[in-house]
Design a protein around this ligand. Structure first.
Ligand code: PLP
Length: 387
């Protein structure tokens, strides 16, 4: 039988070093590898085309995501860009409206330069999602939970719709991680990660991942990656491989704290709205309970009943929650999507899709949840009192 994720996270890609018996694979820094003879190729030749550390990490993540092949990129954006380079001029992409601001920017301001058209659609309403497809649609790009509104999208239903229209479905699984959601099992064709986030988990390495379960699709993505060169660096590869060993423990514990904070926030008189799929009041709660494996993730957003200035004040006056973009690490972070993670959306698209200025997004870390709540509570109440 297939071993549990926690076990595979420790063992797959971490086989003992045959040369020394070391339980941790060595970091291979070589950029080139000696060949057996002219015109004969060994397992590795040039590190852009493949390297021992990247290969090992790719096998770990392919296993966690129930895929057959993975590719490791310099950043999450490089991974997303790699997937979009499968398309040709005249092709069309349908992207969910609740996605990372940088993905919006890449699709609307870079990918469109090569003649690929992009439409934004919400993905909670499946009829609206399907209506966005055209005969030219080759790729749909979604996130669940969405960023920053924590919308929950039915991945299996989206895969069915995409396939009916002859398109691939790609899922940015950065927020959920393979611990909580495995999109390939639900019919998606490509899973993408910003490995900078939960996979690495310590805010000390940049990386991106694509995972697939189809050899031909892997070969096409590999061809593009090798030809364009945005591969993950060796030291980042080492740090991300190290981070993955504790992925499940971190994600489960941080999700538990996020649920606690979501409950506390929703009972606070100065908070008007809490967006967290673990709350029964969340419109995606039932779907999340079915689609996510025993927890709802460690990201949440909320709005204050006060003014826009109050929102900024709160985001600037927590001490444990540090004011920074990014997410998914052991330290908790706080940010205002409208001016930070989603500043690259056009203002009109932000408004249309509900990314309001008063929204605050939290990445809940591994600190004690009581300390985190005390930090948030004092920041919220200090602002309420000063009014
Ligand atoms: N997808 C999501 C959900 C993200 O949060 C991010 C980064 O903030 C990215 C993609 C992009 O990843 P990277 O910053 O590693 O390029």
């Amino acid at each position: 039988s297939v071993m549990h994720i926690r076990t595979r996270a420790v063992h797959v890609g971490n086989e003992k070093d045959p040369a020394t018996g070391a339980v941790v694979p060595p970091i291979h820094v070589a950029s080139t590898f000696v060949q057996p003879a002219a015109g004969e190729w060994g397992e590795f030749d040039y590190a852009r085309s493949g390297s021992p550390n990247r290969c090992a990490l790719q096998s770990t993540i392919a296993s966690l995501e129930s895929g057959t092949h993975a590719l490791a990129y310099a950043t999450g954006m490089a991974a997303t860009h790699g997937a979009t380079m499968l398309l040709n001029a005249g092709d069309h992409i349908v992207a969910g409206s609740d996605i990372y601001g940088g993905t919006y920017r890449l699709l609307h301001k870079i990918v469109d330069r090569s003649g690929v058209r992009v439409s934004l659609s919400q993905t909670v309403d499946l009829d609206a999602f399907e209506a966005a497809f055209t005969d030219q649609t080759k790729l749909a790009w979604i996130e669940s939970p969405g960023n920053p509104l924590m919308t929950i999208t039915d991945i299996a239903a989206c895969a069915e719709i995409a396939h009916k229209h002859g398109a691939l479905l790609a899922v940015d699984n950065t927020f959920a991680t393979p611990v909580l959601t495995r999109p390939l099992e639900l019919g998606a064709d490509i899973v993408m990660h910003s490995a900078t986030k939960y996979l690495g988990g310590h805010s000390d390495a940049l990386g991106g991942i694509l995972v697939v379960s189809d050899r031909e699709l892997y070969d096409e993505l590999y061809f593009v990656q090798n030809a364009t060169g945005a591969v993950m660096g060796t030291f980042s590869t080492f740090l991300i491989a190290r981070g993955i060993k504790t992925l499940e423990l971190r994600v489960r514990e941080q999700s538990r704290s996020a649920l606690f904070l979501a409950h506390q926030l929703s009972q606070h008189p100065s908070v008007s709205r809490v967006l967290y799929p673990g709350l029964e009041s969340h419109p995606g709660h039932e779907l999340a309970t079915r689609q996510m494996d025993g927890a709802y993730g460690a990201m949440l957003s909320f709005e204050l009943s006060g003014s826009y200035q109050d929102t900024q004040q709160v985001a600037q006056s927590t001490r444990l929650f540090q004011l920074a973009v990014s997410l998914g690490a052991v330290e908790s972070l706080i940010e205002q999507p409208a001016s930070m993670s989603h500043a690259s959306y056009d203002a009109a698209d932000r408004q249309r899709h509900g990314i309001v200025d008063g929204l605050i997004r939290l990445s809940v870390g591994l600190e004690h949840p009581d300390d985190l709540w005390e930090d948030l509570r004092q920041a919220i109440e200090a602002v309420a009192e000063s009014c």
